[in-house]
Design a protein around this ligand. Structure first.
Ligand code: NAD
Length: 326
């Protein structure tokens, strides 16, 4: 580490980071890809990148990681779906060490631009109690009542970006991602999110012939889901854009979890018997992304239809499930 590179991707061994490294390399940029997981556990490993294993919660590692880089995409965090973040609040909040040290290191090492991946979990829970939602606008994050643990860390860290800009002149960009899904995501092990979990359950049902599946909650909770290609496009656009204010990056195609299951069943060509687990973690009752600001700033918003993204995701998850059962 230490030589000049165009871009550092922190959290490159994860779902979004792995895709982002591929996109940046395709565009001819030099990339340092960093994650604390051993390399065999990275979701994608791109030979063209400088791949580094380092714990970015340590300031010295964060400094070495960003040294010589023009831009930093900060995606590293201890995170997962509702089942993970509702039961690991302290661990999620400890990501503040990564966020803080990476920001400090970027400032000290003279990084030109810094992107931070925040989350829809920063939004006040009181605005998300009805499945028939009013989509969340950026100002709804305050008065603050973020998702306990994970959401508070995100809200704190995005404010820290703002203060590093105001006090030290570091150019920061913040996107509030709403549920991202696609191939190469986490699909098993306890950190997976709803689209991957539903794809896995339906794939297991299709392969085993046992069509009973478990749904967390009553299935009427609502969400929107953004396909990875939209996430990558929006991330690059926000990084290269002129606005430092946190902006929603999410789909506005609202579906209930039951409708999500309907779509995956349609793709798989089977019908499942649904068993609702009302005691399972299910997060807020309803959440959608209001995309007025991203349209105003960039004349663009995520638009890949859920059915199209799910087709590609289901095919990938199906292959993983099949391989795991061989
Ligand atoms: P991910 O868990 O797949 O990737 C995060 C990566 O960070 C992991 O590979 C993990 O090993 C790495 N990491 C954790 N601690 C580290 C440390 N101390 N040093 C170095 N690396 C470390 O998650 P993702 O889905 O790719 O999400 C990327 C970012 O986007 C995260 O910050 C996440 O909070 C945010 N986000 C994601 C979603 C989503 O739906 N996927 C939604 C909102 C926000």
């Amino acid at each position: 580490m230490g030589k000049q590179v165009d871009v550092v991707v922190a959290g490159a061994g994860g779902f979004i980071g792995g895709h982002l490294v591929g996109t940046l390399l395709d565009q001819g940029l030099t990339v340092r890809a960093i994650d604390n997981k051993p390399r065999h556990a990275w979701h994608q490993l791109h030979e063209g990148a400088e791949n580094v294993t380092a714990d970015l919660s340590l300031l010295e590692h964060a400094r070495a990681a960003v040294r010589g880089a023009r831009q930093v995409y900060m995606l590293a965090a201890d995170m997962g779906g509702m089942g993970y973040i509702e039961n690991n609040k302290a661990a999620c909040m400890l990501s503040v060490l990564i966020s803080t040290h990476m920001l400090k290191a970027a400032h000290e090492e003279g990084v030109e631009r810094y992107f931070y991946s925040s989350s829809a979990c920063v939004y006040a829970a009181g605005k998300q109690t009805d499945p028939d939602v009013t989509a969340l606008r950026e100002e709804d994050a305050y008065p603050a009542q973020a998702e306990d643990g994970y959401g508070w860390e995100k809200l704190f860290s995005e404010r820290m970006c703002r203060h590093f800009t105001e006090d030290y002149g570091l150019v920061t960009r913040v996107a509030r991602y709403h549920n991202v899904y696609g191939p190469h995501g986490t699909w098993t092990g306890g950190r997976e999110k709803a689209p991957a979990a539903v794809c896995r359950k339906v794939a297991e049902a299709a392969l085993s012939g046992d069509h009973r599946i478990e749904i967390w909650g009553d299935g009427r909770q609502t969400r929107s889901f953004m396909y990875i290609d939209d996430c990558l496009h929006g991330t690059r656009m926000i990084m290269d854009g002129d606005s430092g204010v946190p902006v929603n990056l999410g789909s506005s195609e609202l579906v209930s979890i039951n409708q999500l299951v309907d779509l995956v069943e349609q793709i798989a060509g089977i019908r499942c018997e649904r068993h609702y687990r009302l005691d399972a973690p299910q997060g807020v009752r309803g959440r959608n992304s209001d995309n007025t600001l991203i349209r105003e700033l960039y004349g663009w918003e995520p638009s890949i239809p859920l059915i199209d993204g799910l087709e590609r995701t289901y095919a990938w998850v199906y292959d993983q499930v099949k391989r795991a059962h061989q």
